[in-house]
Ligand binder design. Structure first.
Ligand SMILES: [Zn+2]
Length: 149
């Protein structure tokens, strides 16, 4: 669904249209960051993500949603078929910038909504800490599981 947006930029009000995948998550924030334009997210995963966001009752900052095979090979040891690479129905994974008590609360709530893959990056500066969640399951990615980075 497209929604109208208005924002202030150097005193100018700029109107635009934003493609939303769910109430709170836009296509732009889930899109591959390499510039290829790939934004295919699994709709079932997106409704889980939206439900998690509503239970958390706070905005969730996505640091990574879709990654095309090329991008994933550049940034992850999981190569061209990692959890962020779109499957048949799109990508069913995302990384969420979150730390401390909120990070633990996110894991509790995500599990309640059926998330079966959890990756934990909770070292170093709080602003860069994140939790990976996914609902994928295939021969290469058996679930449930948990890992750290
Ligand atoms: Zn890409």
């Amino acid at each position: 669904m497209w929604v109208g947006t208005r924002r202030q930029f150097n005193g100018l009000v700029i109107g635009g249209l934003t493609m939303m995948l769910t109430k709170n998550f836009s296509s732009a924030e889930m899109m591959c960051s390499c510039g290829c334009g790939e934004d295919s997210m699994d709709p079932d995963f997106m409704s889980i993500l939206q439900n998690i966001r509503e239970d958390m009752n706070r905005p969730l900052r996505i640091s990574s949603g879709v990654r095309c095979a090329k991008r994933n090979s550049q940034v992850s040891s999981t190569g061209s078929t990692g959890p962020h690479v779109p499957r048949k129905n799109g990508t069913a994974a995302s990384d969420i910038l979150i730390a401390g008590a909120d990070a633990l609360r996110l894991i509790d709530i995500a599990r309640k909504h059926g998330v079966s893959g959890v990756g934990i990056s909770q070292r170093g500066t709080h602003a860069k800490r994140f939790i990976h969640i996914d609902t994928i399951s295939d021969e290469q990615h058996p679930r449930p599981t948990m890992w750290s980075y």
